[in-house]
Design a binder for this molecule. Structure first.
Ligand SMILES: *Cc1c(COP(=O)(O)O)cnc(C)c1O
Length: 373
C-alpha cells in the first residue's frame, strides 16, 4: 500500500550527503555550519541528519520549532535566527542557547528572563550591511556590545549579518571583508574575543566556496543549500549536491481531453485576472488534488512531459503531453524554496520519510553518536 497523497517525500540519505559535503568543504575554509531547519518545519529527523553530518548547531526562526526539537530529544546548541519577540523571551532562553539580536530592549529582557531561569543566553549581534532586513547600524555596534557585556546571564557570542534576504544585496568579498573588519575592531575596542562571526546564509556559498580569503568569517547559517542543494543568488545547483532531497507527490483526480482555451466571456478568476491561454485545440488535461493551500504552484518543477497550467486553492491543473496519467495515478514534483516552505507548513501534506530508509539511517545515526561518546 502506498502512503496517502499529497505527501512530501524526504530522502534522508541525500540530505546527509548534502549536509556532509557542505560541512567538509566549508570546514576546509575554517567555516562552521549552523544547520537551519525552518523550511523543514523544525523536523527532528532533518535536524538529526544535519547533526550527523557535523553541523555545529541547529538554527530555526521559530521558537516553537526549537521547542519541538528539544522535546524530541535533539541535543545540540540551538540558535534562534529571528530576533526574539519581547513577548517570548522566557521561551527563548528556555529552549535556545543563542539568539540573533538587533534590539537592546529585547536583549535586556532576555537577560531578565535568563536570570529568572538561572541560565545563560548567548547573543549574536546582527550588523546591518545593506540588505535592510535585521541588524544594527555599524556605528551603534560598539555601544550595544558594551551593554551586552554588562548584562547579567547574557554573553556576547559574536556578530553576524544577513544579506540577500530582503534587498537582494550580494554577500561578496567586499561585504565579507567589511564584516571581518568590524569584528576585529570590535574585539580591539571591547577587549572581548568574538567566538562567532557569522557571515550569512546559503547566498554566501559563491563567496565561501571560492578561493578568496575568508578573513574573520567562521560560520554560516545554511538551510536551503543543504535542503535543496542550491546556492540562492542564482539558484544554481551546487556541484556534487542533490537537488532532489524532497519530492512532492500528488494524485490525479481528473484526466481528460479538453479544450486548451476557456470557453465563454472571461472575467476574474478566484485569484485575480488570468491570461487567457492560446487556443491550441484539444489537449490532455489532468487535475491533481493539491492547490495553493498546500504549495506555491509557481515553485513546482514538474517531471518531463508535464506542464503546469494553473492552480486554485485545492486543484493543480496540468497538461500531460503523453496522456499517460489516469485517475488515481501519482505525479512527483521537485520544489523551490517557496514551494517547500508552503508544503511543509500545510497540515494537509503528509511527511514521508522512506520507510526503508528511516530506521536504518537513524539507527546509524544513533550508533554513530554512541560510538563517539
Ligand atoms: C533563514 C535564515 C537563514 C538560512 O537561510 P538559507 O537561505 O535557507 O540558507 C540564515 N540566517 C537567518 C537570519 C535566516 O533567517
Amino acid at each position: 500500500m502506498t502512503d496517502p497523497t499529497p505527501r512530501i517525500e524526504i530522502d534522508l540519505v541525500k540530505l546527509l550527503h548534502n549536509a556532509s559535503t557542505l560541512v567538509t568543504r566549508l570546514g576546509e575554509r575554517g567555516i562552521s555550519v549552523t544547520g537551519i531547519t525552518k523550511a523543514g518545519l523544525g523536523s527532528p529527523d532533518i535536524a538529526e541528519v544535519m547533526l550527523r553530518a557535523g553541523v555545529t548547531g541547529i538554527g530555526d526562526s521559530r521558537i516553537e520549532n526549537i521547542n519541538n526539537l528539544v522535546d524530541a530529544g535533539i541535543d545540540t546548541s540551538f540558535v534562534l535566527t529571528r530576533s526574539p519577540k519581547l513577548s517570548e523571551t522566557d521561551e527563548v532562553v528556555r529552549y535556545a542557547d543563542i539568539s540573533l539580536n538587533s534590539e537592546l530592549r529585547v536583549i535586556a529582557q532576555l537577560s531578565s528572563s535568563a536570570t529568572a531561569a538561572g541560565c545563560k543566553h548567548g547573543i549574536l549581534l546582527m550588523v546591518e550591511m545593506g540588505d535592510l532586513r535585521e541588524g544594527m547600524m555599524p556605528a551603534d555596534l560598539l555601544q550595544a556590545a558594551r551593554s551586552v557585556i554588562n548584562l547579567p546571564n547574557i554573553y556576547l557570542q559574536g556578530i553576524g549579518c544577513n544579506l540577500a534576504c530582503y534587498g537582494g544585496v550580494v554577500p561578496d568579498r567586499h561585504k565579507m571583508a567589511s564584516l571581518s573588519k568590524i569584528a576585529t575592531k570590535l574585539e580591539k575596542e571591547t577587549g572581548i574575543r568574538l567566538n562567532t562571526v557569522s557571515g550569512g546564509n546559503s547566498a554566501n556559498l559563491d563567496w565561501a566556496l571560492g578561493t578568496g580569503r575568508v578573513g574573520r568569517i567562521n560560520n554560516l547559517r545554511l538551510g536551503e543549500a543543504i535542503l535543496l542543494g542550491r546556492e540562492t543568488l542564482h539558484r544554481q545547483a551546487i556541484e556534487g549536491l542533490h537537488t532532489d532531497v524532497f519530492s512532492l507527490v500528488a494524485e490525479v483526480i481528473e484526466s481528460k481531453v479538453k479544450p486548451s482555451r476557456p470557453q465563454g466571456t472571461i472575467a476574474q478568476t478566484a485569484f485575480g485576472t488570468a491570461e487567457t491561454p492560446a487556443d491550441r485545440g484539444d489537449i490532455h488535461r489532468c487535475i491533481l488534488a493539491i492547490g495553493r493551500q498546500d504549495c506555491d504552484p509557481e515553485g513546482l518543477i514538474p517531471p518531463p512531459g508535464i506542464t503546469i497550467l494553473g492552480a486554485s486553492s485545492d486543484h493543480l491543473i496540468v497538461e500531460s503531453l503523453g496522456g499517460e496519467y489516469p485517475v488515481g495515478s501519482e505525479i512527483a514534483f521537485q520544489l523551490n524554496y517557496s514551494a517547500l516552505l508552503r508544503v511543509m507548513t500545510s497540515p494537509y501534506v503528509m511527511h514521508s520519510l522512506n520507510p526503508l530508509q528511516k530506521p536504518s539511517i537513524l539507527h546509524t545515526l544513533r550508533a554513530g553518536s554512541r560510538l563517539l561518546h
